[in-house]
Design a protein around this ligand. Structure first.
Ligand SMILES: Cc1cc2nc3c(=O)[nH]c(=O)nc-3n(C[C@H](O)[C@H](O)[C@H](O)COP(=O)(O)OP(=O)(O)OC[C@H]3O[C@@H](n4cnc5c(N)ncnc54)[C@H](O)[C@@H]3O)c2cc1C
Length: 350
């Protein structure tokens, strides 16, 4: 670790910066090295200021949500790992039936909060263990729906090379986040055009498990348009949450160290291809299973026998084991079916 960089970051970020932080426990897969620099940020203005500063200094950073979709390499990691605090509370507008959640809040917590206020619509996220920020970035979802179905606006830190190329609406003020500085225009910093924008699902390019957000861009908060529920409807929805969770537990290894679905479901249609099961939709899990990969192991990592699109750490796996298994699945499925699986998970450190 560079002593001068450490000193520089300490001067800039004071107690918000920490050094040599193990990331293993911050990853759902329980794999990962340590962050040389770990920055915790809470308020919109501070986040925007920090990002502007890091970019000016040419320092690489990575935004980590709950780590439920990120495979982290072992060893010391050079990028500054940024995590948004989970302490900020959501803003609930019962007149408009909208809730604005800070990015650090967990999706499961967001569902609970919505139902506590008799607002429905967040249940698309049942069983997804990630944060709101990660969910927007990934357009997370289940068979019940996905982020883009109910997202009204997200407050996002974007960058542009020139303020005049900006076609995105600057944010008036992200609710429940620190007010933007009144002395400077809220949309653009003078040096590198880091600004907070207010964007809908189309502007964010939300599609199946993807968005157009670059790795340097950050979701600060997300506002969801929800539906008011009668007491009886709300009771029913709460029951649905429990039954859906129970159903997921039967078919997916939710309690294991995993990253959820490893690969996206390919868009091509299976029908007509030799040696693959007929299906209306091409599920990655079916391909992996049909390639006889269930239970296949690389060191401490294996393909789940319960759900073939989950890869699982038995507690002893290394990041190299995980990467080897990913590559084995990809090459085997390609050789057998001529289909290239696309990774849903994010890799950090390679
Ligand atoms: C058991 C299990 C079940 C799962 N089931 C599902 C499922 O049913 N459906 C589904 O869609 N996913 C599922 N997932 C995957 C995962 O939970 C989602 O992709 C989730 O949205 C990731 O959120 P996170 O906070 O953990 O993101 P992380 O893993 O921390 O990060 C994922 C990506 O998002 C970026 N990111 C994180 N926070 C922000 C932010 N504030 N601003 C900008 N970028 C950010 C990261 O840089 C990274 O690129 C599952 C995972 C597990 C472990």
């Amino acid at each position: 670790m560079s002593a001068s960089l450490k000193k520089q970051l300490k001067e800039k970020f004071a107690d918000n910066i920490a050094f040599d932080i193990p990331l293993k426990q911050k990853s759902y897969l329980k794999i990962g090295g340590h962050a040389k620099y770990f920055l915790t940020l809470t308020e919109a203005e501070a986040i925007k200021d920090a990002i502007g500063y890091l970019r000016e200094q040419g320092l690489e950073y990575f935004i980590l949500g709950k780590g439920t979709n990120t495979l982290i390499k072992e060893g010391p990691l050079n990028p500054i790992i940024i995590q948004l605090a989970r302490t900020t509370k959501p803003t609930i507008d019962l007149e408009k039936n909208e809730i604005t959640y800070p990015a650090g809040i967990l999706l499961m917590q967001a569902i609970k909060i919505a139902l506590q206020h008799r607002l429905g619509g967040m249940e698309f996220g049942i069983g997804i263990p990630g944060s709101i920020g990660g969910a927007v970035k990934m357009n997370a979802g289940t068979y019940l729906g996905e982020v883009k179905d109910v997202l009204k606006k997200a407050f996002v830190i974007r960058h542009s090379t020139s303020p005049s190329t900006n076609h995105l609406a600057p944010a008036s003020q992200p609710p429940n986040l620190t007010p933007l500085s009144s002395s400077s225009p809220p949309s653009v910093t003078s040096q590198n055009h880091t600004r907070i924008t207010e964007e809908d699902a189309i502007s964010l390019g939300l599609e199946y498990r993807s968005s157009n957000l670059k790795s340097s861009e950050i979701v600060l908060a997300a506002k969801f348009a929800l539906s008011p529920l009668s007491e009886a409807e709300c009771k029913l929805r709460k029951k649905t949450v429990l039954t859906t969770l129970a159903k997921r537990k039967q078919t997916q290894p939710l309690a294991a160290n995993s990253l959820g679905s490893t690969f996206k479901n390919p868009s091509q249609n299976l029908t007509g291809r030799a040696a693959v099961p007929n299906s209306e939709k091409l599920f990655a899990a079916r391909l992996i299973e049909a390639a006889n990969l269930k239970g296949v192991r690389c060191g401490g990592m294996s393909v789940s026998t319960q759900h073939a699109n989950f890869i699982i750490n038995d507690g002893s796996a290394t990041a190299t084991d995980a990467l080897r298994l990913l590559e084995l699945i990809e090459t085997t499925v390609y050789k057998k079916f001529g289909i290239r699986l696309e990774r849903e998970i994010t890799l950090l450190g390679w």
